[in-house]
Design a binder for this molecule. Structure first.
Ligand SMILES: C[S@@+](CC[C@H](N)C(=O)[O-])C[C@H]1O[C@@H](n2cnc3c(N)ncnc32)[C@H](O)[C@@H]1O
Length: 222
């Protein structure tokens, strides 16, 4: 499917899919959305609830690598270690990645960002001592992990274009993949998605959303 570069409200780029009229991130700000939904309400929330120095996490849709990069940057400022698994069925071309302006806007290493994309698939790759990346090239429906992760960044395309990913079937897999007290965060606030999460056992909270969005969801495995 064709992808074009799109500048979002905070100046950071995202990719636009003309065929679906869908973006990889919010039009109101790709970095702003990721920092709010995944870093603040996901990563930091999990550490605030758990006395831990290591987090094992899964990303649903590695895509541009923005969430992985932002998470890596947090390990540079803190003493925790991250084991990061990113699942992706349709990896970007390196030429697309090179056009993204995340390292320059974040005043961070472009080399590390590119390393994340060049890293081999299906292997654990040490981006740094505190950030270990494993990229898995597979469909979300093929995920069969059990009791493996503390945190899930659920960053699939929206329910309008991929309704099959916001179902009890997929959230059941997410629930199984999480450890007890594990947390899933997503930018979405859709009622059907929320009910599907609740149906598989999650306790779901509606939280204030990122710029341009009233709400987002956080689900906890109790
Ligand atoms: C909304 S984008 C977000 C990507 C990423 N989190 C980012 O920040 O760029 C969703 C991602 O899911 C991937 N994807 C879509 N359907 C998939 C499927 N069924 N299985 C695996 N990956 C899929 C897309 O290729 C895309 O990279």
């Amino acid at each position: 499917m064709k992808r074009t570069l799109f500048k979002t409200g905070d100046g950071s780029y995202t990719l636009h899919i003309p065929e679906w009229d869908e973006q990889y991130h919010s039009k109101h700000g790709a970095i702003a959305e990721a920092l709010h939904v995944f870093i603040k309400e996901g990563l930091y929330h999990w550490f605030s609830e758990n006395l831990a120095t290591t987090v094992s996490m899964l990303e649903i849709g590695f895509g541009t690598g923005l969430n992985a990069f932002l998470t890596y940057l947090e390990t540079e400022k803190n003493s925790f270690t991250v084991h990061y698994t990113g699942v992706e069925a349709y990896p970007l071309e390196l030429a697309e990645v090179e056009k993204l302006n995340y390292p320059s806007l974040l005043n961070a290493s472009e080399e590390i960002f590119l390393q994340m994309h060049r890293a081999p698939w299906e292997e654990i790759y040490g981006i740094s001592e505190k950030f270990h990346l494993k990229k898995q090239r597979q469909f979300f429906s093929e995920i069969s992990s059990e009791n493996c992760f503390n945190l899930i960044y659920f960053d699939a395309f929206g329910i309008r274009v991929q309704p099959e990913l916001w179902t009890e079937e997929i959230f059941g897999k997410m629930y199984t993949a999480l450890k007890p007290n594990g947390v899933l965060v997503t930018y979405a606030a859709n009622g059907n998605a929320r009910r599907a999460m609740q149906a598989v056992g999650f306790k779901v909270e509606r939280l204030p959303g990122p710029p341009g969005k009233k709400e987002m969801l956080r689900a906890t495995k109790k």
